[in-house]
Design a protein around this ligand. Structure first.
Ligand code: COA
Length: 537
């Protein structure tokens, strides 16, 4: 065992100040999560309950094995959307939970938000959930009650939205089970959700599944009809055969969904690690709140984070004396082996980039998943570094990350700027899961630097034209740009755009990553033995 030491004093002034700043951010985050939980608001929640219906999260709770956790993903989807503004959560709940011992990907429409209709953010969330399901081979369960396309935003969703149904059948073709439980409206395109799923359950007198409702049928063919005969659960169970099971009510539908999963004969690719053999970290996770400074310009030692998330705080550091601005090493998390890359001083130099590329290759040779802990301002700039080959060395790291075939996990702890975000497996590099702490910030560069660059460019442009430069306007522009970039770098904004899978409390990091690793081990994986692009040496 190589147990990490800790230099943290939880009573020290800087620790308590960082902790206070983090707690403030967590309180802000809680307020935004509460909006997602509130769905369409009191009026619509009351009306929904008045109809004897369960809320989306209540349905999920009844579906899951008792006392098992639910890892909700992207609860802040649509946060910060404007003109039009969509409800936080995007009218859909999505996450991973355990049903009859099987880890499943669950989506549930929230019918209290504009009838559960899908807006552009709902679509992004559904697409992301499909990616997660496919990469990790998780059976999916869809709790359906939706007014279909959000009609005023149809231009954003009609054409791309067709992929929803394609995804369902592609999952099925890949042998990944799909289950639809229909609680209410599932009209028009939505009818293809049960239409495309392997298993379909419908709630009596509630489910309505038709390509066109009675008014549309009347318009199209002149035929008189009613909801039940066109698309009721009884009709689909007895006559059309679209429903495999008729449920008496909502709890019965969820019970039947559990029975379907119990009979899937589903097996994970890897046996779960023995929890009794897993040692907890030696240090208190509570102390994770006081590690990241409120001011991200102040560096912090990521080993203090590693010591609080890995099994037994046991960490074997790789190349500790070389490229010390990036910490690399081997550990286990809830019994799963992981290779960790964590930024230390913020900047990535040539040595760090080469070390990362070598480390990623080793993880691939040994089939070990990788965890990236971000706090980087990017690759080093300047004459000395350009001449030293920083571009080709950064490219080596990006090549290694891009072509690595072991599962990747990313956590944005602090800064994640510039190409450093890419080299550390940012969103575009397809980590299986990516989460941010409330302290994180991500953008092409820091707000002050970006405003300064714009100002220098404008000044040069004015000089080239022989025009005087307006210093007052420049100061005002810089302040405005700085504020804009700052707000666009914040985790709630980025989470709203689904650039991460959620903003998490640092204290939950070990649990969240453990659940992800468990889900990841549903699918077999093999590291890349070769197959990297040309490394510019
Ligand atoms: N797009 C945009 N807004 C929608 C919507 C949709 N597809 N469906 C419902 N809404 C809105 C309603 O306008 C209403 O807004 P308001 O309260 O501000 O007036 C709110 O969501 C709730 O709808 P309401 O009809 O009162 O709820 P309900 O629970 O009684 O009925 C539906 C829900 C989904 C059955 C019903 O709204 C409906 O049939 N919608 C249209 C379905 C459809 O044909 N969709 C096209 C599919 S491609």
């Amino acid at each position: 065992m190589t147990v990490l030491n800790s230099g943290i004093d939880p009573t020290a002034a800087d620790h308590t100040a960082h902790r206070a700043a983090m707690l403030d951010k967590l309180a802000e985050l809680d307020a935004e999560h509460a909006k997602a939980l509130a769905g369409g608001g009191e009026k619509y929640v009351e009306r929904h309950r008045g109809r004897g219906k369960l809320l989306a999260r209540e349905r999920i709770e009844l579906l899951l094995d008792p006392d098992t956790p639910f890892l909700e993903l992207s609860p802040l989807a649509a946060w910060g959307s404007a003109s039009p503004e969509y409800a936080v959560g995007a009218a859909m709940v999505c996450g991973i939970g355990v049903v009859e011992g099987v880890e499943c990907l669950i989506t549930a429409n929230d019918p209290t938000v504009r009838g559960g209709a899908s807006n552009p953010w709902t679509l992004k969330k559904a697409f992301r959930s499909h990616e997660i399901g496919l990469a990790n081979r998780l059976p999916s369960i869809h709790l359906v009650e939706s007014g279909g396309a959000d009609l005023p935003s149809q231009k954003e969703i009609f054409i791309p939205g067709g992929a929803l149904f394609k995804h369902l059948t592609q999952s099925s073709a890949a042998g990944i089970p799909t289950v639809a439980v229909v609680f209410g409206n599932s009209t028009a395109g939505g009818a293809y959700v049960p239409g495309m799923c392997d298993h379909v359950i419908m709630v009596k007198e509630r489910a309505k599944v038709f390509l066109g409702g009675p008014p549309l049928v009347k318009m199209a063919t002149g035929e008189e009809s009613d909801d039940e005969s066109l698309g009721g659960a009884e009709m689909h169970a007895r006559t059309s055969g679209l429903a495999d099971y008729l449920a008496a009510d909502e709890p019965d539908a969820l019970r039947q969904a559990r029975r379907v999963v119990a009979r899937l004969n589903w097996r994970k690719a890897y046996a779960d690690p023995d929890p009794a053999a897993v040692a907890e970290p030696k240090y208190d996770p509570e102390e994770l709140l006081g590690i990241v400074p409120g001011d991200l310009k102040i560096p912090f030692d990521p080993r203090e984070v590693i010591a609080r998330i890995v099994d037994g705080s046991d960490f074997d550091e790789f190349k500790p004396l070389y490229g010390s601005s990036l910490v690399t090493g081997w550990a286990a998390l809830h019994g799963y082996p992981v290779g960790i890359l964590a930024n230390a001083q913020g900047v990535l130099f040539s040595e760090e980039s080469q070390k990362a590329a070598q480390f990623i290759q080793l993880a691939n040779q040994r089939d070990i998943p990788l965890l990236f802990l971000h706090n980087t301002t990017g690759y080093m700039v300047g004459k000395e570094y350009e001449q030293g080959g920083i571009i080709k060395h950064g490219a080596m790291m990006i090549n290694a990350v891009s072509n690595s075939r072991v599962p990747h996990l990313s956590v944005l702890m602090g800064a994640s700027y510039g190409a450093g975000h890419y080299g550390m497996c940012g969103r575009a590099y397809d980590p299986r899961f990516l989460f941010a702490w409330p302290s994180a910030k991500s953008a092409v560069m820091g707000p002050q630097q970006l405003a300064g660059v714009l100002s220098i460019v404008a000044r040069q442009s004015a000089a080239a034209k022989g025009k005087p430069y307006d210093e007052d306007a420049d100061a005002a522009l810089r302040a405005m740009v700085e504020q804009q970039i700052e707000s666009e770098s914040l985790p709630m904004f980025l989470s709203g755009r689904l650039y991460d899978d959620g903003v998490i409390d640092p204290r939950d990091t070990r649990t969240v990553l453990g659940m992800c690793l468990s889900a990841i081990h549903t699918a077999p994986y093999e590291g890349a033995r070769g197959g990297f692009g040309v490394f510019r040496l």
